[in-house]
Ligand binder design. Sequence first.
Ligand code: MN
Ligand code: MN
Length: 321
Amino acid sequence: MTDDIKKPHYQPVDAMVYPRFSGIRTFMRLPHVTDLTGVDFAVVGVPFDTGGTFRVGARFGPEGIRNQSVLLRPYNPTLDVSIFDICSGVDYGDVPVTPGYLPESHQQITEAASVVLASGATPIFLGGDHSVSLPLLRAVAAKYGPVALIHFDSHNDLWHSYFGGKDTHGTPFRRAYEEGLLDTSRSSQIGLRGSLYDAGDLQVTLDCGFQMITGPELHEIGVKETIQRVKERVGNGPAYLTFDIDFVDPAYAPGTGTPEVGGFTSAQCQQLLRGLVGVNFVAFDIVEVMPMYDTQGGVTCLLAANLVHEFMSLIALQRRT
Ligand code: MN
Ligand code: MN
């Protein structure tokens, strides 16, 4: 909160005046605002999926997540935080991209993200395929230096190349590691699972210096122990949270590009995120949401919207102190 009375305080429209199904779709029916002066957080769409190697369609992720976000309410009872009592939050809209042109689009994404970061607002990016995390991390590291990565995913996305291509949704963190954008000594990859080509596929996580908590290991040790390990690892420095929706079991999140069974429930995802209170987050993304495969009543987009609500709650708790 601030004493500057001239500064607008942005929050969702009143649901008792404007029914939830009405109006133009923004995230949580926040105002669409691009002047981020005095704004605490901004939801930013990154509708790009040219980095996909199997199914594509994550370009419609921001739209799908916004559509399912209209039922969200401002109070998070589990974390006991009323987000907009503390934060002014907006929907910034989508960054410009050039469909089919990955290098050009990545450049555009970095430039747009840099503008958001320069404002002091904490960005929450809605992908897009996972390739977008690389240009986003370039912008983040330009501001903060190498950051810790807290990475929820079935896959480590550390391939050297894919079909000979060095920029795909399977390679972003290899490039980020090589470019020195990450402090892997404070970073974790969580939820890795599924069939692989060989044992070396997981070894690369350790070789790059990440903490690794595989999917089966998370099932074994549980949510609490996982949170403790990740928080011990991340310390107090700046952290970037990236959430690939395929971390979630496809029973709960079918609307994605490379689903892997044996994953985690919606409730476990909420518990994991809530447990990260106190981490010094500087940006968030949620990626690989594909509404056209989300045929069970939009549950994937609904979950993604609710996980963004947890991100917003974490930001509010950070900014309360
Ligand atoms: Mn994945
Ligand atoms: Mn991924």
